[in-house]
Design a protein around this ligand. Structure first.
Ligand SMILES: [Zn+2]
Length: 93
């Protein structure tokens, strides 16, 4: 699962598989490519985050966890050199 993080407004949104995802301030956006593996990212303040799909299920079960029990997952920021992240800078045209 890929998520869009806007460094300007700090909004985090999961990428939608069928349309462009834009942060709440509109300065950053991202979209999966047709292969649903690579993503195009627009915006100078945008960071693409990666979350392993298998890590989502323990988080979904967190509602039923005992008080004080932690459910955690690793989020990874994808640098501009990452093979799945295609940063374009500027606003999406
Ligand atoms: Zn924003």
């Amino acid at each position: 699962m890929k998520l869009l993080l806007c460094g300007y407004c700090k909004d985090v949104r999961a990428l939608d598989v069928s349309e462009t995802t834009t942060c709440c301030c509109g300065k950053t956006s991202a979209r999966y490519r047709d292969d649903r593996w690579h993503a195009d990212i627009w915006g100078d303040d945008c960071i693409l985050l990666g979350l392993e799909n298998a890590d989502v299920y323990p988080l979904l079960a967190a509602r039923d966890a005992a008080e004080g029990e932690r459910r955690a997952a690793e989020l990874v920021a994808q640098p501009s050199s990452h093979a799945q992240a295609h940063y374009h800078g500027g606003k999406r045209k």
